[in-house]
Design a protein around this ligand. Structure first.
Ligand SMILES: Nc1ncnc2c1ncn2[C@@H]1O[C@H](COP(=O)(O)OP(=O)(O)OP(=O)(O)O)[C@@H](O)[C@H]1O
Ligand SMILES: Cc1cn([C@H]2C[C@H](O)[C@@H](COP(=O)(O)O)O2)c(=O)[nH]c1=O
Length: 233
């Protein structure tokens, strides 16, 4: 929890939270590797993490959630467990890193609950909003990159990456309509939050996607950081 002598959220001493979102196999992990390298090349200390997971407790919940054992309990139970994992992730990793001036790049975050349990799972927005308020408090990503790809292509990429067909997880195994609903939900999130979200065409080559991501990071975060520095704040 923040204390009165913590740096203000916009202070250059506080890190930035960047989240990558999108459906299955859109290229988030691939791009996070590239983005981390670019940030470090700029002299920015940055750490990569993921959801569900990123902390010891959240990784335990990841195994439970992706095994599918919670599916019969319905999207509300799943959303509550994703939120529990998120709380541990924020407390154990995200907030301490940001407070230390480290940038955090997360493979998925709260928008995934909105898209998967809300958009595709039809979970009531009131529960999603309540869980988000509880888990995040005042924390919001400084930038969310939504990698957009037709789900058929994303699932093909995910299948090609995974040689073992038995390795399909809880959500990859859902039908195409479910994945179309996820894509639509992410695009709605982006339209509703233009100050935070940038949609990136993930059907382009890895290099082109990386360039689009870097443009968004530069325009939205690096210029602001340079201005802060120039004004000595
Ligand atoms: N732009 C691209 N064009 C073609 N293939 C790509 C592209 N980006 C990534 N891939 C390949 O697609 C597969 C899935 O990529 P990646 O694991 O990065 O996606 P992801 O979004 O993290 O997936 P998931 O959410 O399912 O974990 C990998 O085999 C990767 O090499
Ligand atoms: C955070 C979060 C994730 N999910 C789903 C989305 C994916 O199917 C898996 C995570 O697997 P990945 O290979 O690391 O992308 O979990 C979800 O349904 N709700 C969430 O809040």
């Amino acid at each position: 929890m923040s204390q009165t002598n913590d740096p203000a959220p916009s202070s250059p001493r506080r890190g930035r939270l960047i989240t990558l979102e999108g459906g299955e196999g859109v290229g988030k992990s691939t791009q996070i590797g590239r983005l981390l390298q670019r940030l470090r090349d700029e002299g920015i200390e940055a750490v990569a993490t993921r959801e569900p997971g990123g902390s010891e407790g959240a990784e335990i919940l990841r195994r439970v959630l992706l095994s599918g054992v919670v599916k019969p309990l319905g999207p509300a139970a799943e959303a509550i467990l994703f939120a529990a994992a998120r709380i541990d992730h924020i407390d154990a990793l995200i907030e301490p890193a940001l407070a230390a001036g480290i940038w955090v790049v997360s493979d998925r975050f709260a928008d995934s609950t909105r898209a998967y349990q809300g958009g595709a799972g039809s979970l009531d927005n009131r529960l999603i909003n309540a869980l988000e308020r509880t888990a995040l408090g005042d924390l919001q990503p400084d930038l969310t990159l939504i990698l957009d790809l037709p789900p058929g292509e994303g699932l093909r990429r995910a299948a090609a990456r995974r040689k073992d067909a038995d390795g399909v997880d809880r959500f990859e195994g859902e039908d195409l309509r479910f994945h179309e609903a996820i894509r639509a939900a992410f695009l709605t999130i982006a339209a509703d939050n233009p100050q935070r979200c940038v949609v990136v065409d993930a059907s382009a080559s890895e290099v082109e996607v990386a360039a689009a991501i870097w443009t968004a990071v530069s325009d939205r975060l690096l210029k602001e950081r340079e201005l802060d520095r120039a004004h000595g704040s």
